[in-house]
Design a protein around this ligand. Structure first.
Ligand code: PMP
Length: 355
């Protein structure tokens, strides 16, 4: 029987399931950890000022201004900075090139569900390392002979932060193993590993402008590492798509890095809302893991995760849950504005009293 080789694609590859992007007027969307606040006015002005002459040309293939603004923000050299279309693309390049190796890649068993998909796609051998009982990550659980380790910090979807001492242990216990720290949610109270770049050349830090800089719609991701690692990523990028980001994304990202006042205020507002939401959820009978992210990971003491998820959905409130061992009763809720958090709490109160 003749078989078309591409029919295997659907069985060989288990794709990533992205969070839903439902459309509707009265929906409260707290499922994909976007910023609840629009981006800085400076960003919006820069986008509005784009001219036809700028748009008719291809963008700067080096994303020079954006990389320089990111370098200035972090106090590092521009040749330590890489830019891509969202950190998903940056991470895909990392898996594609830097980690294509006969030795294994390790990551926590509960972490970003895209990692195993990229491993399958790019043929990277991998092993998941169980989180401890309390969901914490410990460097000594990770084999020093592995090619690389990737950890989200704070972890997703737990929101738990590994302190920099743990990141240092990872780096020191295996100087020839690459450590990739995925800091998508680092700006909401975490301590970034970027300052460690001056001490360790086996470190790559990946960040995004989708969360703390409110630019998910433009797809801007960054990586920070030694010039050699960044050069490696550049070569991979050039072999695929030598224009990393469109003109609008480069311009907006540059302004977003420059407007550090807006950035701090917006992160502080999200953290304040996180605290009030945590208090309200505890009062409703939830266990709330201590979060350093723009979401909380919660479990009710008496009611199943699936029930609450479905009941909220009926009321137009969309959150996230996974049918995975250990976390099937947990719910991940994005921190919204004060009003959005209030609507969530009122709806939850209603759902729980209707039982
Ligand atoms: N890493 C983690 C841990 C994430 O949760 C996300 C967002 N889904 C990303 C990376 C990718 O973010 P983006 O592509 O929007 O930069």
């Amino acid at each position: 029987m003749s078989r078309r080789f591409w029919s295997d694609l659907t069985t060989r590859l288990e794709p990533y399931t992205p969070g839903e992007q439902p459309q509707g007027d009265n929906l409260l969307k707290l499922n994909t950890n976007e910023s609840p606040y629009p981006p800085s006015e400076r960003v919006l002005e820069a986008l509005g000022a784009l001219t036809g002459d700028e748009l008719l040309r291809y963008p700067d293939p080096e994303a020079t201004a954006l990389r320089q603004a990111a370098a200035d923000f972090h106090g590092i050299a521009v040749n330590c900075v890489f830019a891509g279309n969202g950190s998903d693309e940056v991470l895909s390049h990392v898996f594609q090139g830097l980690l294509k190796h006969s030795r294994e890649l390790l990551f926590p068993d509960i972490s970003y569900s895209f990692y195993p998909v990229w491993c399958q796609l790019h043929g990277v051998p991998y092993r998941k390392v169980p989180l401890r009982e309390d969901f914490s990550i410990h460097a000594e659980d990770y084999d020093s002979a592995a090619a690389a380790v990737i950890v989200p910090n704070p972890n997703a979807p737990t929101g738990l932060l590994a302190p920099l001492t743990v990141i240092r242990q990872f780096l020191e216990s295996a100087p020839d193993r690459l450590l990739v720290v995925d800091e998508a949610y680092i700006d909401f109270g975490g301590e970034s590993a970027v300052p460690l770049l001056s001490e360790y050349d086996n470190l790559l830090v990946v960040q995004t402008l989708s969360k703390s800089r409110a630019l998910a719609g433009l797809r801007i991701g960054m990586a920070f590492g030694s010039p050699a690692l960044i050069e490696g990523l550049e070569r991979i990028k050039d072999s695929f798509n030598s224009y990393p980001l469109g003109v609008a994304a480069q311009r907006a990202g540059t302004e977003a890095y420059r407007d550090s006042d807006w950035f701090r205020q917006s992160c502080n507002a999200v953290m304040a809302n996180r605290q009030s939401l945590t208090d309200a959820l505890v009062a409703l009978g939830f266990e709330v893991l201590p979060s350093a992210a723009n979401f909380v990971f919660v479990k009710h003491s008496a009611v199943s995760g699936r029930f609450i998820f479905d009941a909220l959905r009926e009321e137009g409130v969309i959150i996230r849950r996974w049918d995975k061992p250990r976390i099937e009763d947990y719910l991940r809720i994005t921190i919204g504005t004060e009003e959005q958090c209030q609507r969530l709490v009122e709806t939850l109160g209603q759902v729980l009293t209707d039982l």
